[in-house]
Design a binder for this molecule. Structure first.
Ligand code: HPA
Length: 266
């Protein structure tokens, strides 16, 4: 049995057999949503192969149970490439999700905005991305399955559901292109100007490897950025992780409203 199948079996023994309808990976400031799931919470330390390090502001547990009456699997924290240099850090977790019978995934992250009309405290729905880090979690994958098409990577159906839920809640949810920088240092103002010229609307240090892995594993996927700051050099303030953690809850509350509405309306 594969490692992920073994873990899925262990998780089913604790959480029950019903497959989650939606998987969620929560970024900075959103970990508390995992605590509101009515079900079981399994710390990553009980799950070999799950990211064990983590970043302050994350909540490293897998919560499985009901949110607004829908069965979900919520990853309260993620591994980042910058923690260790492994872009496939989330592969095992996503394989487990697939092995639990889940087919849809929603990702969130904290990001810097490159657009004046998407200010800190706001949200952006990813409609595409640029892998500017140039690193790929499928490097070393031995089969032809590694040649994953990325044309429609950001699922149109999930995006439409998110847009409709945002509209119903009266929350602005502009769409845009997310550009992945490896981090952990923030970008320079010149890099932000370059990203703008390349067609990016926001920059961040996660999510892109997970989108690639999700498509590889056959999961439908969509992602939402919580805007915590303007890109480097665009505003007077100094960018910092403290600022990310301080600003994330504002956008996170809006995201939670959209998520709950989306789950309620099915
Ligand atoms: N750059 C990269 N990652 C981020 C930023 C940023 O400006 N803000 C929050 N995460």
């Amino acid at each position: 049995m594969s490692k992920s199948a073994e873990l899925a079996q262990l998780i089913r023994a604790r959480a029950g057999d019903a497959p989650p309808k939606l998987g969620l990976i929560l970024g900075s400031g959103l970990g508390h949503i995992a605590e509101t799931v009515e079900g079981v919470a399994i710390p990553y330390t009980d799950l070999p192969g799950f990211p064990q390090a983590g970043v302050s502001g994350h909540n490293p547990t897998l919560a499985i149970g009901d949110l607004e009456g829908v069965r979900v699997a919520v990853f309260g924290g993620r591994g980042h490439y910058y923690e260790h240099g492994n872009p496939a850090e989330m592969r095992c977790a996503l394989e487990v999700l697939r092995d639990l019978g889940c087919t849809q995934l929603l990702l969130t992250n904290a990001a810097g905005s490159l657009r004046a009309d998407i200010p800190p405290g706001g949200l952006m729905l990813l409609n595409d991305h640029i892998n500017f880090a140039g690193i790929n979690p499928l490097i070393g994958e031995p089969t032809d399955a590694r040649f994953v098409p990325m044309t429609d990577a950001h699922d149109a159906g999930l995006r439409a559901q998110l847009k409709a839920a945002a509209k119903a809640e009266g929350i602005d949810l502009p769409e845009g292109v997310y550009c992945w920088f490896s981090g952990p240092s923030f970008e320079t103002p010149a890099e932000i100007r370059a990203a703008k010229i390349l067609g990016a609307d926001a920059v961040g240090m996660s999510t892109v490897p997970e989108i690639i892995l999700a498509r590889f594993l056959g999961l439908r996927v969509a992602a939402v950025s919580i805007i915590t700051n303007m890109g480097a050099g665009m505003a007077d303030e100094q960018i910092s992780h403290e600022q990310t953690k301080a600003m994330a809850p504002k956008g996170a509350a809006k995201f939670e409203q959209i998520l709950r509405r989306m789950l309620k309306t099915g």
